[in-house]
Design a protein around this ligand. Structure first.
Ligand code: HEC
Ligand code: HEC
Length: 173
């Protein structure tokens, strides 16, 4: 029951932006496929409570019950992440991989960038969304943001963030 309901809800309310299979084809909209279940759950709670307000999602999340959030998180966590098809620059991937070591991104997001618990998956995420979200952390524009994450990218240039995004997006499953 729960599974079928989550599938219905996801197709009816989320697919138009986040993709039929949880892999977004729209610039600056994140893919949800393969995200850690707890990350999705936590973000949906933050959105419903208005801590991380996303204008276009507000009407969709405001009436979600805890059990709906739970089912949606399970649903998207179980889908297969797929590359977005954006072009990936090998020189930027190399630069990004070096920065990621220096900045210890893997200590939280895991060496394969698959994420865990409240830490999102970065591997195969859209390049444009990765850049956009890291800028928001760096510039303290993401409300409800985890300060440890903002600290991790503090002081980096736009070029550094772009390199990190190409590296993360290039990583497989
Ligand atoms: C009208 C488009 C739209 C719809 C429909 C929509 N979302 Fe979103 N969603 C977004 C955008 C845009 C963001 C990223 C916002 C930002 O810039 O931080 C987002 C972010 C998210 C995130 C955070 C992901 C991350 O990596 O940070 C989750 C989880 C999420 N949406 C779940 C859902 C679910 C579940 C549904 C269906 C109930 C849904 N969304 C419907 C546009 C949409
Ligand atoms: C101390 C742990 C920690 C470190 C180190 C860290 N992160 Fe994060 N990161 C997080 C957490 C937690 C979140 C979710 C933040 C939130 O909920 O506000 C996050 C979110 C993100 C996001 C947003 C993705 C999304 O789907 O919304 C990106 C991109 C990201 N991190 C990239 C990086 C990169 C690149 C590095 C290395 C420069 C890094 N992180 C280092 C903990 C960390």
């Amino acid at each position: 029951m729960t599974f079928l309901f989550a599938l219905f809800l996801a197709q009816a309310s989320c697919a138009s932006c986040h993709g039929e299979d949880g892999n977004s084809k729209i610039a600056n909209i994140p893919s949800l496929a393969g995200q850690p279940e707890f990350f999705i759950l936590n973000q949906l709670f933050l959105m419903r409570e208005g801590v991380r307000p996303i204008e276009s999602m507000k009407p969709l999340v405001k009436d979600l019950k805890d059990s709906d959030i739970d089912a949606l998180a399970k649903h998207f966590a179980g889908l297969e992440p797929r590359p977005s098809g954006e072009s990936i620059d090998p020189a930027l991937v190399k630069r990004g991989s070096e920065l990621a070591v220096t900045l210890r991104c893997a200590s939280c997001h895991l060496p394969n960038f698959a994420g865990r618990q409240q830490m999102p998956r970065l591997a195969t995420q859209r390049v444009d969304y990765l850049v956009h979200s890291m800028k928001e952390f760096r510039d303290n524009k993401r409300s409800g943001a985890d300060t440890l994450m903002s600290n991790a990218v503090a002081g980096l240039s736009d070029a550094d963030l772009t390199a990190l995004a190409h590296y993360a997006a290039s990583l497989g499953k």
